[in-house]
Unconditional design. Structure first.
Length: 512
């Protein structure tokens, strides 16, 4: 079973044969405890064309020390990584290979480096004996196992913040180390240092075909044409999907929502900019993105709905809570969540999803650009955004003309979807059009929020009817469900009443 540890650390370069400086004078440190020397032996795994290294991911099997096992390090921010750990085994644990599948795809994970380290460990503790940080002096020997040959030796200092401590403490240690003549390492990890010291990224094996990195940083040149702007946005959303995959698998908060947004942005971009990218190529991908967004939405929609209903119940006076309402909602939510989680993981492990990622890579590597792609972005992109806005206007107008009821609910929902698409188109346009596009993003977000509140009310009422029916069948009181249903009706009515004024404001702000 894997577990996760958040690492906050800094690395420093030391001359070969160097020693740890005296750290007893660091503010807050009462004692420096010598924890002895540990002999560590780690084998790092990657694809033949270094896809994990390209994404700043490291996967290793390590023996020695107090945390022997498999470790996958996922970047979070500068100097911050999540280390996912699994017990020792002869092969890569399936859970960890799943977490890197969006990067690796169908390529084989092979041993690429062996790093043996002699680690001299010190604990920095305060006056109460509380651990503040662990400091180690690592004497490293690296040996390349595939993709070339070569060895390297170096000495480094690693300072890792103890769990629950203030990251500002690392600044105090940093100040002391710099005064002692120690400088920050240019390599973010030992694997990166090993790559640098032995000639860079490994060459593919005889059977390993070189592939473009799944998530490159993008061209170095700033966007110039309409095609440049659209492709930059497409690339950013593809990168987001690939990068969020491990977080979705780990059930990290809001990761499903973020990944779903990226799929929707991509799909909307393909639809909005059909004059830039050939829709004969992008339409099949847009269909697959719609499928993926739907699979992600199964879990996300229920999560949002449960949070909303839980909050609504907490706002009711106790006198209006009749029966085991909270327990029924919790049971209903947990049952759905468990099933949808299993289904979502199977989707991410499936060939259909990986084929979509490969198709996006192919599109970015060789985009199906049309004539308009080479034209002035201000003209081409603005025209596409205006076209989307007019569609929103038609749908909002239709919704306002309908009486309250199911037909209006459907029209408002359609207007919300088009508002979202226009917002994403405006995001694409922001780099080309500046403030007018940014203003439209804000206007569409406000409209989307209001229409979203209305749709959430529709979904909440459907859920309350289902919960009420189950409670009735179990002989429980349905009174509270009725109270909540009435509140949701009023919530929808309030959104509908606010729509005309908001829409008037949005139309007045339309400057593209």
């Amino acid at each position: 079973m894997a577990d996760t540890k958040r690492e906050i650390e800094r690395k420093y370069e030391v001359a070969t044969g160097g020693e740890l400086p005296d750290l007893t004078a660091v503010g807050g440190v009462s004692t420096v405890v010598d924890k002895g020397i540990a002999e560590l032996d780690a084998t790092y795994y990657d694809t033949a064309d270094a896809r994990l290294a390209d994404a700043s991911l490291t996967l290793r099997r390590r023996t020695g020390g107090g945390d022997a096992g498999w470790h996958l390090k996922l970047p979070v921010a500068d100097g911050v990584r999540d280390e996912v750990r699994a017990p020792l085994s002869d092969t890569v644990p399936p859970y960890l290979s799943g977490l890197v599948r969006s990067r690796v795809r169908d390529a084989e994970l092979v041993p690429v480096f062996r790093l043996r380290s002699s680690r001299d460990v010190r604990h920095l503790v305060d006056a109460h004996g509380t651990l503040l940080a662990e400091v180690s002096l690592d004497r490293v020997h690296a040996e390349r196992l595939s993709g070339g040959t070569g060895t390297a030796d170096w000495t480094e200092i690693e300072v890792e913040l103890a769990d629950g401590q203030d990251p500002a403490f690392l600044d105090k240690v940093d100040k002391k180390l710099r005064k002692a003549g120690v400088s920050r390492s240019s390599a973010p990890s030992k694997l990166a240092r090993a790559l640098q010291e032995t000639g860079g990224r490994p060459e593919p094996t005889a059977t390993g075909k070189r592939q473009p990195p799944p998530a490159p940083a993008g061209p170095g040149q700033p966007p110039a044409t309409a095609g440049d702007h659209v492709l930059a946005y497409v690339r950013a959303q593809r990168d987001a999907i690939v990068a969020l995959d491990p977080a979705v698998r780990r059930d990290v908060y809001d990761s499903v929502h973020s990944m779903r947004v990226a799929t929707r942005r991509l799909r909307s971009t393909f639809r909005s900019f059909g004059k830039v990218l050939d829709r004969r190529v992008t339409d099949p991908m847009a269909d697959e993105l719609k499928w993926l967004a739907g699979e992600l939405g199964v879990d996300r929609d229920r999560e949002v709905l449960t949070e909303h209903l839980t909050t609504a119940m907490s706002e009711l006076p106790r006198s209006l809570i009749s029966g085991p309402v909270r327990n029924r909602l919790r049971t209903w939510s947990d049952a759905r969540h468990d099933g949808s989680r299993r289904r979502l993981i199977s989707v991410l492990d499936g060939e259909r999803y990986l084929s979509l990622l490969n198709a996006l890579d192919t599109l970015i590597a060789g985009p199906p650009l049309l004539k308009a792609a080479a034209e002035d972005p201000a003209k081409v992109i603005a025209k596409a955004v205006r076209k989307d806005f007019h569609k929103v206007a038609d749908l909002v107008g239709r919704a306002l003309d309908l009486p309250p009821g199911r037909d209006r609910d459907i029209a408002i929902h359609e207007a919300r979807k088009k508002a979202k698409r226009t917002r994403y188109a405006a995001e694409t346009a922001a780099s080309a059009l500046g403030k007018p596009a940014e203003a439209l993003v804000g206007s569409m977000k406000s409209l989307q929020t209001l229409l979203g509140d209305h749709q959430d009310s529709v979904m909440a009422r459907e859920a309350l009817l289902e919960l009420s029916a189950r409670a009735h069948a179990a002989g429980e009181s349905t009174f509270t469900y009725g109270v909540l249903y009435g509140r949701e009706e009023r919530r929808a009515a309030a959104a509908e009443a606010a729509l005309p004024q908001l829409w008037q404001t949005v139309r007045a702000e339309m400057a593209i």
